[in-house]
Design a protein around this ligand. Structure first.
Ligand code: S3P
Length: 428
């Protein structure tokens, strides 16, 4: 599918973005490993989360009413999954894969995991190495770094204290899920705080979790209990709409129900530093996750530096922040973000290339980029998505302030995380 975007102003209205991707994945995973039923409301029906649902169905879990309304997961208990009779194809989903590799290592059966072209090129040793230290057995290309990866279950996992070299929630969560199957306490120490949905939800489901600064510990062999999970709106999806409201003229948008977990809300911090006219109202909490409504109005943004410990708190929002930077006065520097090079695509290279195509001057750094704004976005060209949902949506938002309409090729990937993106923008 090709997405055509025309310049627009006056984006106005009150909208809801789809459910949080990270929380939706974890609800299916922990709901499956729990005893009893888990009811999920607001589940994200994006392709990545559907990959998680299909994988757990292949592992013998009954899941009814897959959708936003009311989804029921009939938990099998920690040791109740069954051997899949085929390869688990996890599509484009890095989160499903990395979390499941940890969990599958603790099962009493054999499984094989693969994914699409992008996923088969992404590094998995960051989870297979530490989980191997726990006794997990993996086989795959490049020393179990690249999918397809075979997991030889049935091992008795040992607990581990792991000093992670990267601030990655996928790495942390994979080890914590393996830790559920190990005797004793498994600890992960991060170099900076990454999103903490796994630890919050494990605790909510009854696991024994302690968090001490950058160290998270889980006690093995817990009894997880099925729960009711309400999934908040995904701040990573909301970020596209927020920036759309900030950079277009005469706009005012209210985004309802946005998840504002402090380990995810770095984009709010960054936009506030950029002088964005942004307000949080109706702040409240659902199943251990803070949420609020976000009001954004057209703003003259100012440049800023985004770096260090803030990076993991907004890692998925950097492509759209780069678009915001094109409209900010002064030099915006985004650094310490080399992790972007191993996402669904190399997001630094992709954004630099496509923004240049749109007439924007950008300096590429090894660990980020620099943009001096404000700059005109010319448009009038065909952009590439690199099959990366966040690149595609960032370019679509840039198109709203371009001088000429632009097209984004292969934009179907938007359905990975934000089904209804085009309709929601049209409504506004
Ligand atoms: C995610 C963690 C992040 C993020 C991804 C979702 C998660 O990846 O980029 O979109 O749900 O745990 P890393 O852990 O690799 O930073």
């Amino acid at each position: 599918m090709e997405l055509k975007v025309e310049p627009k102003s006056k984006l106005q209205g009150q909208v809801k973005v789809p459910g949080d991707k990270s929380i939706s994945h974890r609800a299916v995973m922990l709901g499956s490993l729990a005893e009893g039923q888990t009811e999920v409301k607001g589940f994200l029906t994006g392709e990545d989360c559907l990959s998680t649902v299909r994988a757990f169905e292949q592992l013998g879990v009954k899941i009814e009413g897959v959708g936003e309304e009311r989804m029921i997961i009939h938990g099998c208990g920690l040791n109740g999954l069954t051997e899949p009779d085929n390869v688990l194809d996890l599509g484009n989903s890095g989160t499903t894969t990395r979390l499941m590799l940890g969990m599958l290592a603790g099962q009493d059966f054999y499984s094989v995991v693969t994914g699409d072209d992008s996923l088969r090129g992404r590094p998995m040793a960051r989870v297979t190495d530490p989980v191997s230290q726990m006794g997990g057995q993996f086989k795959g290309r490049d020393d179990a770094n690249l999918l397809p990866i075979t997991v030889v279950g049935g091992q008795n996992l040992k607990s581990l204290t792991y000093q992670s070299p990267v601030a990655s929630a996928q790495v942390k969560s994979s080890i914590l899920l393996a830790g559920l199957y190990a005797k004793g306490v498994t600890k992960v120490v991060e170099p900076a705080k990454s999103r903490d949905h796994t630890e919050r939800m494990l605790e909510y489901f009854g696991a024994d979790i302690t968090v001490d600064g950058l160290t998270v510990s889980v006690t093995g062999k817990p009894k997880l209990k099925g729960k009711k999970v309400i999934v908040p709106g995904d701040i990573s999806s909301a970020a596209f709409i927020m920036v759309a409201g900030l950079i277009t003229d005469d706009s005012r948008i209210v985004l309802e129900n946005v998840g504002l977990n402090p380990t995810r809300a770095g984009v709010i911090t960054a936009l506030e530093k950029m002088d964005a006219n942004l307000e949080l109202i109706n702040e409240r909490e659902v199943n251990g996750e803070p949420i609020a409504d976000v009001v954004v109005k057209s703003s003259q943004l100012q440049a800023t530096t985004i770096e260090g410990d803030l990076i993991p708190l907004l890692i998925d929002e950097i492509p759209i922040l780069a678009v915001a930077a094109t409209q900010a006065e002064g030099k915006t520097i985004i650094k310490d973000a080399e992790e972007l090079r191993v996402k669904e695509t190399d997001r630094i290279a992709a954004m630099v290339k496509e923004l240049r195509k749109l007439g924007v001057e950008v300096t590429e750094r090894k660990d980020g980029l620099e943009i001096v704004g404000p700059q005109e976005i010319k448009g009038g060209v065909n952009c590439l998505s690199y099959h990366d949902h966040r690149v595609a949506m960032s370019l679509a938002i840039a198109g709203l302030i371009a001088e000429q309409p632009l097209k984004i090729e292969e934009a179907d990937c938007i359905n990975i995380s934000f089904p209804g993106f085009k309709q929601l923008l049209t409504d506004l």
